[in-house]
Design a protein around this ligand. Structure first.
Ligand SMILES: Cc1cc2nc3c(=O)[nH]c(=O)nc-3n(C[C@H](O)[C@H](O)[C@H](O)COP(=O)(O)O)c2cc1C
Length: 192
């Protein structure tokens, strides 16, 4: 959708410019192969000491797990996310595998990198993603009986794109409004 394409100052690759956090998903089902391809892409991202502190739970639409994850979402997310083809919960493993290293300070960074890897891979497959922090992690933690070192961090809605017109307000407006970013001058603190 033209309005969503990033207006960049420099010649950024289309895979970055064309992605957005979509809200309108079609009925086209997502297969296990497609979902695992996306997850494997995330799994090949970089991590401190190659610790790979990311774990995933996924649920295709029309499954009990999908409904459970949907029930964990904030109302403002559930309204449109119910049409996703699948949810992928990104879980951060907060400790190192090696005993005696109780806290991995880089785990959240690395899980975020894996999330970005998944979302960009999905973009190459005409699949859109919407990461969400608006959910209750305790619902997922309890249902799957996750130990304390595995923290559900983000729920990603994935799916093929549909017309924005099927959304109700305020989501229709959000879906059809240009994306924005701070100017580069604001985020590059020093340069020489
Ligand atoms: C960690 C994280 C949490 C987010 N949580 C939500 C959310 O709960 N609901 C929502 O609608 N969008 C959520 N978003 C999407 C952001 O609002 C979105 O990425 C941002 O506005 C930039 O828009 P763009 O991704 O379309 O470029 C989240 C994004 C991230 C990375």
């Amino acid at each position: 959708m033209e309005v969503k394409i990033a207006k960049t100052a420099f010649d950024v690759h289309p895979i970055i410019k064309n992605r957005w956090s979509a809200r309108s998903f079609s009925e086209k089902p997502m297969t296990d192969e497609v979902i695992k391809t996306i997850i494997e892409a995330g799994h090949w991202m970089f991590s401190a000491m190659n610790e790979q502190p990311w774990r995933f739970i996924y649920a295709k639409k029309n499954t009990p797990a999908f409904d459970l994850i949907l029930s964990s979402l904030a109302h403002g997310n559930a309204i449109w996310a119910k049409n996703a083809g699948a949810f992928v919960v990104s879980i951060v493993k907060t400790d190192f595998d090696k005993e005696g290293n109780p806290f991995n300070a880089w785990a959240e960074h690395d899980m975020g990198a894996a999330n970005a890897g998944m979302i960009l891979q999905a973009s190459t497959m005409d699949i859109y993603a919407h990461p969400m922090a608006g959910f209750k992690p305790e619902i997922i933690k309890e249902y799957y009986n996750l130990p304390d070192n595995l923290k559900p961090f983000v729920v990603n809605a994935f799916g093929y794109l549909d017309e924005p017109q099927k959304l109700e307000e305020p989501f229709l407006t959000r879906e059809t409004t240009a994306r924005s970013r701070k100017n580069l001058e604001e985020i590059i603190l020093f340069q020489e």
